[in-house]
Design a protein around this ligand. Sequence first.
Ligand code: DOR
Length: 445
Amino acid sequence: MSFKFDLVVHGGSVFTPGGPVNTDIGIRHGRIAALGDLKNQGAETFNATGLTVLPGVIDEQVHFREPGPTQKEDLASGSLGAVLGGVTTVFEMPNTDPATTTAELMADKVARATGRMWTNFAFYVGASPENADQLKDLERVPGCCGIKMFMGSSTGSLLVADDANVARVLASGTRRVTVHSEDDDRLKERNAMVSAGADVAMHPQWRDVETALKCTQRLLKLAHASARRVHVLHVTTAEEMELLKDHKDIATVEVLPQHLTLAAPECYERLGTLAQMNPPIREARHREALWKAINDGVVDCLGSDHAPHTLEEKARPYPRSPSGLTGTQTMLPLMLNHVAEGRLSLQRMVELLSTGAQRIFGVANKGRIALGYDGDLTIVDLKARREITNKWIASKSGWTAFDGMTVTGWPKATIVGGHVVMRDDEVQGTPKGAMVHFQETLRAG
Ligand code: DOR
């Protein structure tokens, strides 16, 4: 007997561009081929009765450490954690070792990913003073999602700190420039605050509001001057949100679940260096401002900034402890819990986790459940009450800052390119991730 579809997802409440609809989804050759009543038409049927079917979650900020310190993570383990958390596509960051700054190193990442990654994948090219003028060519290599520019020093050696070099980066090319926005001069000036023996609770005072705000002010000025669209990553301050709302023509905005969920000083008292990251987790007034920016529409997307470090490294005394939290596996459960607690609608969550990245980066054929789009689906149980535990975390680093937290809402299955690769907390089959394709992009103006 021959079937019309390779996979039919049956009986779920499906989040179409027009809102939730009770419909089956037929997937053929990796693409969504039909919506409607498709009973008995799939070679394989996934019974989604009682479940909610969302467009595949795109995590547009992960650090998977390969090549380099693969004792923390690699492309296989990182993407395994991602699919367990309902993520279908990741964009991976260039602060590996070596940093991803050349066409050869980009091709090397794509080659390493192919056949080993559970999620679909694309990679950022890292901006540096050395490659600034070549970025217009580097951004066009297959598998490149955009450019990453560190304006403040963080993990790794990538840094473009001064206005002249930032302007060179912004002048070269048209794709989205994503930015770690912390003013490096101010970080250096204030470095003495966190000399040996300082408490980790000092982290947000060293890397303070002014450090972030000053850098974002400089960035916006330079972005306007060169008519280059920028994506400001992991915004953490009320003051930057106040500024960014007036620059929607040039800048999109990402926030992280950890900045929406945790607050200082409680997080440092309870978690110590496990809460240490750049830019830092700040006091509750900033967390409330991020929520307001989400609900006012200033925020364009969410990413996890999955940045694993081993527990041994995290146990070093601050400030020798490295900055970064794991996150790709917990992003969706945390956000579903925020939905359950009434902080945002499911529709807004879908926009932030799927549609937003599609729009910002010009992803072809992903981010919505529609005919002709890729068969990437995240199937969730909105009512499931579950505990997040370290045991569940697939990252090689083996920990989450949310260990012991009970959430309402959980990923039940992850479908990548029409293949059910995760079901009930187990991965199945082999890695099916494919390289992501992008549309042409233009400069602003
Ligand atoms: O806390 C952070 N960790 N912030 C970054 O910008 C980089 C990341 C990492 O790669 O460890």
